[in-house]
Design a protein around this ligand. Structure first.
Ligand code: DGI
Ligand code: FE
Ligand code: FE
Length: 204
């Protein structure tokens, strides 16, 4: 389903913008997180082609989606609080923080990103009601990248080729089931996103 993963210098030969953005992300990650990121990039590339999204924006968003994932929780909190000390995300489970902190970092640090890319980063973990095409591409790519091996991932992979909405419904439902099984707090927006997909996939 996915083309082989290649290092950015080879894949984007001569494209200094993409190579620079990839290096910006890689510099802030462990090797394991970088391998995951490269997997999300190839998945986002395939999905963007398939569903008519902007392939370049999908590639950029995938490179930076987890840019803050390896920061300490204190770093994430400080980044969010510096922008808005009362940001309600700080009351949500900390596993959601990297998406919001990352979106703020990318907005400041990467001059070429636009609002679509920033939102794809910001909502890649929880989704949101009324997700745009690029947001769906990145969120689904994060679930199905070649390094993911959870039960049901192959079903999401095959759905993703036909319908991002069905793939998201499966992915978000999987996340919620796992959180329930682990007795974890479920962020309200994760539930709202899943219900929004349910409404889209099964209208009426
Ligand atoms: O950053 P990744 O691991 O690539 O993937 P992600 O950004 O989707 O984050 C997945 C983590 O986020 C996983 O540990 C589950 C957690 N998560 C997602 N939604 C919720 C959540 N954790 C809590 N407590 N509540 C949520 O609603
Ligand atoms: Fe993430
Ligand atoms: Fe990720």
């Amino acid at each position: 389903m996915f083309p082989p993963i290649q290092d950015p210098e080879i894949w984007h030969r001569g494209d200094e913008q993409l190579i620079g953005i990839a290096a910006y992300a890689k510099a802030q990650m462990t090797d394991k997180r970088w391998r995951h990121t490269q997997g999300v990039v190839v998945a986002a590339h395939v999905l963007a082609h398939r569903h008519g999204a902007d392939v370049r924006k999908a590639t950029i968003a995938a490179y930076v989606h987890d840019v803050a994932k390896c920061w300490s929780l204190e770093q994430m909190r400080a980044r969010i609080a510096a922008h808005d000390a009362h940001d309600p995300i700080l009351d949500a489970p900390p596993s959601l923080w990297h998406a919001h902190a990352g979106a703020l970092a990318v907005h400041c640090d990467v001059p070429s990103v636009d609002e679509d890319i920033v939102n794809a980063v910001k909502y890649h973990t929880s989704g949101r009601v009324g997700m745009g095409l690029l947001e769906k591409v990145v969120c689904v790519a994060d679930y199905i990248e070649p390094g993911r091996h959870f039960e049901g991932v192959d079903q999401i992979r095959s759905e993703a080729l036909h319908s991002l909405d069905r793939a998201l419904l499966l992915g978000l439902s999987h996340t919620i089931r796992s959180l329930l099984a682990e007795h974890k707090h479920i962020y309200e927006q994760t539930v709202r996103s899943r219900n929004d997909m349910l409404r889209i996939v099964y209208p009426g």
